[in-house]
Design a protein around this ligand. Structure first.
Ligand code: IMP
Length: 446
């Protein structure tokens, strides 16, 4: 029995969908703990593509409990659409175990309205949000004016809270942003319909998870986005509005830190970012375009082209520390095949300082940072069939070993292609309860 958190180590889009899908097979419960439909993972089932933004991909494995935790912000319209899409394809049988925390916050139309009105007003200095209302929904949560799922389910409470919110938000929308006001009655009717539809999924999910842990179940906590989009530890203000690092799993799912056995950090073999904000290893020329094209780097939620660059190990080291990562799942290594010389960023430097251990906090300082690169020989052999480290070309192995040294943790898994079978499995985090890896104690590989 083990409880494992999966988080991104970069700016999201590290390829968590595939890794979560692999580990979900081991788990009895898959719980999301933060974010909302700003995330998205693409699943190909029966040859047809589905993009899930809210429901954990574990939903496709029969009999698994899938939880939308209290730390999430949920757009009910999007959730119902996802359920309907799965229903249409017979992927949501009547006994599907989907549960929504009564404490999760609800994204309302005025959240989406404020998100886009603010971005428009910011112009060139915008954050580049996904426009889904995520930030304004979390603002209301912290401001103690948010509507939780349990509030939505009670007509009277919902009506009162909605009236107060609409009055205040309309003031901001019309007076400050010159936008159109929203109508209370229309929202009330629409959202009452969502409440009727979703009521049966409401649960005290913290208690459910605790009961499963006591029964000896395996729990997978599925993070969205990545550590450097964390509201506390990321490249603020160009971040999302939740705690994307491993600590967020405890608060966002309602379990204590003593229950966690392992933390897997997903790290792409290069770096990408969508939205604005400093990006020290960004490649704007031909190499960046090559990585973007070969890696199919388009956002699953907004379809935006992702900015691409060399792997930045300052970012990853920072994430290993902040999330207490015990093993890395390296993804998209195959995208680097055919590149003659591969660079790894090992530190940042400015005119007078060098940073190797952490990403400096000040935006202006970070913008001045230049990457310090190490260069390694690449490989040209197709690696997609590799099943063990020994199947990899020697230069690919050297690249991986150097990353382990720089990160200070070993690899748990290496992904060499999009398919589930295109994976080198090194360690199963669910086997290691109480036996966390460190570079000194982990497996022997040759
Ligand atoms: P928000 O989460 O929509 O408020 O967006 C804030 C920032 O986080 C923007 O730069 C987004 O592009 C970024 N972001 C949010 N979700 C994701 C994600 O799933 N992958 C990558 N970037 C994301």
């Amino acid at each position: 029995m083990a409880n494992v958190i999966i988080v991104g180590t970069q700016w999201g889009d590290e390829g968590k969908g595939k890794i979560v899908d692999i580990y979900a097979r081991e788990a009895d419960v898959i719980a999301r703990f933060q974010g909302g439909n700003n995330a998205g993972h693409t699943l190909v089932v029966q040859g047809k593509q589905t993009i899930l933004h809210l429901i954990p991909s574990g939903i496709l494995h029969n009999h698994k409990i899938c939880i939308l935790g209290n730390g999430m912000v949920i757009d009910p319209e999007v959730l119902i659409r996802e359920i309907d899409e799965l229903l249409e394809r017979d992927l949501f049988p009547p006994d599907t175990k989907l549960y929504i925390s009564e404490n999760a916050h609800i994204i309302m139309p005025y959240h989406r309205g404020l998100d886009s009105a603010r971005e428009t007003r910011k112009g060139a200095v915008k954050i580049g949000t996904t426009g889904r209302g995520i930030g304004p929904a979390y603002e209301d949560k912290i401001n103690r004016t948010g509507i939780r799922f349990c509030d939505l389910l009670n007509r009277e409470t919902f009506g009162e809270m909605l009236r107060r919110n609409v009055e205040e938000k309309n003031f901001h929308l019309t007076r400050f942003y010159n936008d159109k006001p929203l109508e209370y009655g229309a929202i009330f009717d629409e959202y009452s319909g969502y409440a009727d539809r979703l009521r049966k999924y409401a649960a005290n999910t913290s208690l459910m998870i605790d009961r499963e842990i006591k029964k000896g179940g395996d729990i997978l906590f599925e993070g969205a986005q990545g550590c450097h989009l964390d509201i506390d530890h990321g490249t603020y203000p160009f971040v999302t509005s939740s705690n994307t690092s491993a600590g967020g799993a405890c608060c966002g799912a309602g379990i204590g830190p003593t229950k966690i056995d392992a933390v897997v950090g997903i790290c792409k073999a290069y770096t990408t970012r969508v939205g604005s904000g400093p990006f020290v290893t960004e490649l704007t020329g031909e190499m960046g375009e090559r990585i973007q094209r070969v890696g199919c780097e388009f956002g699953a939620t907004t379809g935006r082209k992702r900015r691409c660059g060399w792997l930045d190990m300052v970012l990853v080291r920072h994430s290993v520390r902040v999330s207490g990562i015990t093993g890395i799942a390296l993804t998209k290594l195959d995208v680097l095949t055919g590149i003659d010389k591969i660079k790894i960023c090992v530190a940042y430097k400015t005119m007078d300082e060098e940073f190797g251990e952490y990403v400096p906090s000040g935006t202006k300082l970070l913008e001045q940072c230049q990457p310090v690169y190490e260069e390694m020989d690449g490989w040209s052999e197709d690696i997609s069939g590799a099943k063990t480290m020994d199947d990899l070309p020697v230069n690919a192995k050297r690249y991986i070993e150097r990353l382990e040294e720089l990160a200070g943790v070993r690899m748990s898994l290496i992904s060499v292609g999009p398919g589930r079978e295109e994976t080198i499995m090194l360690e199963n985090p669910f086997d290691r309860a109480g036996n966390l890896s460190s570079p000194e104690t982990s497996h022997k590989r040759d």
